[in-house]
Design a protein. Structure first.
Lengths: 109, 117
């Protein structure tokens, strides 16, 4: 399908580094979720945004609806940030999320 | 309050067996979603309920898959005559509002890992 593309697929960083994960999508949407999935499967919703930028602690998410692109940034990364980060646009018309394959982040101490 | 719970957390089935996976959404949540996540992949949509009504089942991969939410709360995903390709994590999520009207935060359960031998 490739409706949602995330990059990079895998990312290894040193503790303290600034992390950027990118998401591009081809479908028309009105909102987008960033999700965090830890080993074992639990998924947590980090952000839902439809425009501009949102910040929560060390996490920042931005979206440009016209360019169909969103980014997730992690400042001062920490090993506990190690997880899979999934971009999930919300299609609106269908009501369900469309998921990217995820970016596996590993932060080394 | 309690989050979304799913049971069992792990299920091993022999090929051809029927399985039933349960989801208890957050109390009062109107919308309930089932997703299938294959190993190394992102989740994929299976079906969506608004209260007891199944409004979208376009993601169900075959007629062996059946979901219900008879009283608008607990939902069960049933897979008949399981095949090896059904092995995946099955995720349930709920949200308070009506999906399709506005974007809403979805709260995910821990998932059920199904392994079909």
């Amino acid at each position: 399908k490739n409706e949602v593309e995330q990059s990079p697929q895998n990312l290894t960083a040193q503790e303290g580094e600034f992390i950027t994960i990118n998401c591009s999508y081809s479908v028309g949407i009105s909102a987008l979720h960033w999700l965090q999935q830890h080993p074992g499967g639990g998924i947590v919703s980090l952000f839902m945004l439809s425009s501009g930028k949102k910040k929560h602690g060390r996490l920042i998410a931005t979206i440009n609806i016209q360019e169909k692109h969103s980014s997730l940034h992690i400042t001062a990364s920490h090993p506990r940030d190690s997880a899979v980060y999934i971009c999930a646009p919300w299609s609106g018309s269908q009501g369900n999320l469309i998921f990217g394959k995820g970016t596996k982040l590993s932060v080394k101490p | 309050g309690a989050g979304v719970s799913q049971s069992p957390r792990y299920k091993v089935a022999k090929r051809g067996q029927d399985v039933a996976l349960r989801c208890d959404p957050i109390s009062g949540h109107v919308s309930l979603f089932w997703y299938q996540q294959a190993l190394g992949q992102g989740p994929e949509f299976l079906t969506y309920f608004q209260n007891e009504a199944q409004l979208d089942k376009s993601g169900l991969p075959s007629d062996r898959f059946f979901a219900e939410r008879p009283e608008g709360s607990v939902s069960t995903l049933k897979i008949q005559r399981t095949q090896q390709e059904d092995s995946a994590v099955y995720l349930c999520a709920s949200s308070p509002g009506l999906a399709g009207e506005k974007a809403d935060t979805q709260y995910f359960g821990p998932g059920t890992r199904l392994t079909v031998l």
